[in-house]
Design a protein around this ligand. Structure first.
Ligand SMILES: Cc1cc2nc3c(=O)[nH]c(=O)nc-3n(C[C@H](O)[C@H](O)[C@H](O)COP(=O)(O)OP(=O)(O)OC[C@H]3O[C@@H](n4cnc5c(N)ncnc54)[C@H](O)[C@@H]3O)c2cc1C
Length: 523
């Protein structure tokens, strides 16, 4: 199959990109694929919303720029931060024009909330399921375009590069894809390929990311020798519901703390004042580390988030999903505290891109959470990732529209690219061993490469993950290809690069904390 543009991933970034490109270059043939249903991915779970300067009476670009730079521990790229924040409101207006609903106040202007690290109220939201609303609207919009086709249950195996074609262009020519519908491995050639595959949270045991967030785009990019950067900067969300609900970790949004919810240890004492002057609204990395310190000092398995002080009507109307989920496991946030722990949440690093989302491989773009743009520095400011996705997807689409006109490869060239030469497909091959290795990897990452690291732990993790890597490659080479084996191969590659890059860091910044370089007291 041949297409002008192949987009791998249908979260906010892949869908925004496709809509924008379809509007910009209507003659372009765009193919979207996703590993599950169109709606599944990190986007649909986003609760808080999008950080955008839209109330120009109170807020300014400068304030948002400074908040972003400060939250990122001064490691962000100031040029990138500036254009993302200045372009944010135009992109937000487009989301609204495309049918996304956001909550409004009685004057019909956007209802803005505040989250940790923000100096002003600027979070645009839809109740406590902003991501699901954005995803709904974008899916409806994408279906309006005749030049966009999409395939659910199609999984990226590998990018097609010079390695497959024998040419020397440093170029990407599409991808090999598993269709779990037809149970075959297909070749999709494309002039431009876009990775929008989302996060990597599943490499940890406790994560807010859904089951499919296995870093597939990063794994494929790594095998294609594309540059990955800043992988050690994994943000842990301070407050995930404890324990898991039906095997899945459920996020308790930061907006609840923004509305006044308090963190308490199990003896009912507020503790954030001991760790940071901004208390509950300190940047996420500090809140997450403080919670772990408090849990360790009190020898407790979790802490509590007390939202009982929030006006009941406001709690029920702004946070219906949280209230319902907590009630489903017998906790009523109106009257009782919510048990919470930190969980792996967001990858600040990823595939290195320029200001138009171009990677180091020609013809390959990366957008959204799988990319590293420089916006977040060493720590992402709350609600800045949906913002990053809409701004960079727009830029990538404009840049792709220009680049498409310049690509002169012939159809004979694309047809000459070999079909997949590897293994056949199997839906449930070696499931047991794959699952066992997946659990093993998650445990190593959580135990030794979590919120607090040490050089000793990182070196031990490096050795074990290297062994695991060879075991997985062996499993991959000697078996039929299944989605599970593909995911595991990507997870172990991402973990390996993350640990190696962690060992290269000799200074603590933002979310990266190694006791060997620590300023905070050793536990
Ligand atoms: C619980 C939670 C709450 C959050 N809250 C907020 C918030 O309030 N504000 C904010 O700014 N950010 C928030 N975030 C972060 C934000 O939601 C994500 O960073 C963002 O949605 C990522 O969008 P994306 O388009 O890059 O990827 P995703 O939405 O994760 O989409 C990834 C897509 O890639 C596809 N895919 C993956 N691998 C493959 C493969 N091998 N083959 C084919 N397709 C593949 C998936 O099927 C999916 O379609 C939250 C994240 C979580 C998990």
């Amino acid at each position: 199959m041949h297409t002008d543009v192949l987009v791998i991933g249908t979260g906010i970034s892949g869908l925004t990109y496709a809509i924008k490109l379809a509007e910009e270059a209507p003659e372009t043939n765009i193919t979207l694929i996703c590993k599950d249903k169109l709606e599944e991915g990190n986007t649909r779970y986003a609760q808080g919303g999008i950080a955008v300067v839209s109330n120009f009476k109170k807020d300014t670009f400068e304030k948002h720029i400074e908040d972003t730079y400060a939250a990122g521990d001064k490691a962000g790229d100031r040029g990138v931060i500036e254009f993302v924040i200045k372009e944010g409101n135009d992109r937000l207006q487009e989301l609204i024009e495309w049918g996304t609903q956001f909550d409004r106040n009685n004057k019909k202007t956007l209802d803005l909330t505040k989250e940790g690290g923000h100096s002003e109220k600027r979070i645009v939201h839809y109740k406590d399921h902003s991501g699901a609303e954005i995803q709904r609207a974008l899916i409806e919009k994408v279906k309006d375009f005749e030049n966009i086709q999409y395939f659910e249950n199609h999984i990226l195996v590998d990018l097609i590069t010079d390695h497959h074609t024998g040419s020397k262009n440093n170029r990407c020519y599409g991808a090999y894809i598993i269709s779990t519908v037809d149970e075959e491995i297909i070749k999709i050639t494309a002039k431009i390929t876009v990775l929008s595959t989302g996060g990597v949270g599943q490499i940890y045991a406790f994560t807010t990311n859904p089951f499919g967030a296995t870093g597939d785009g990063l794994g494929a990019a790594y095998r294609a020798k594309v540059k990955l950067e800043k992988l050690p900067f994994i943000q842990f969300h301070p407050t995930a519901l404890f324990p898991k609900v039906e095997g899945e970790t459920f996020l308790i949004t930061e907006a609840l703390r923004g509305e006044g919810a308090l963190l308490k240890n199990l003896s009912g004492e507020q503790f954030m004042g001991k760790y940071h002057p901004l208390k509950e609204l300190a940047p996420r990395d500090i809140v997450a580390r403080s919670i772990i310190r408090e849990m360790l000092s009190q020898q407790e398995s979790n802490v509590h988030l007390d939202a009982t002080g929030i006006d009941q009507t406001s709690l029920l109307s702004h946070f219906p999903t949280i209230v319902d989920t907590c009630r489903s496991i017998g906790i009523d946030p109106v009257t009782s505290s919510i048990p919470v722990v930190p969980a792996a949440h967001y990858s600040c690093g990823g595939i290195a891109v320029d200001e138009h989302s171009k990677t180091t491989l020609d013809g390959l773009f990366a957008i959204g959470e799988c990319s590293h743009t420089g916006l977040h520095g060493a720590n992402r400011l709350a609600s800045n990732s949906l913002l990053e996705s809409i701004v960079f997807s727009h830029r990538a689409a404009l840049s792709s529209a220009q680049e498409l006109n310049k690509i002169s490869l012939t159809s004979t060239f694309y047809t000459s690219i070999p079909d997949w030469k590897g293994q056949h497909f199997s839906k449930d091959n070696e499931q047991e061993i794959t699952l066992k290795l997946r659990e093993q990897l998650k445990k190593i990452m959580s135990d030794q490469v979590g919120i607090f690291k040490t050089n000793k732990g990182l070196l031990a993790a490096q050795n074990t993950i290297k062994e695991l890597y060879f075991e997985v490659v062996d499993l991959y080479n000697s078996n039929k290809l299944s989605p599970q084996i593909c995911e595991l191969r990507n997870m172990v590659s991402v973990a390996y690069v993350l640990v190696n890059q962690s060992l290269e860091l000799t200074e603590n910044k933002g979310v990266f904390y190694n006791h060997n370089y620590g300023k905070e007291a050793v536990l």
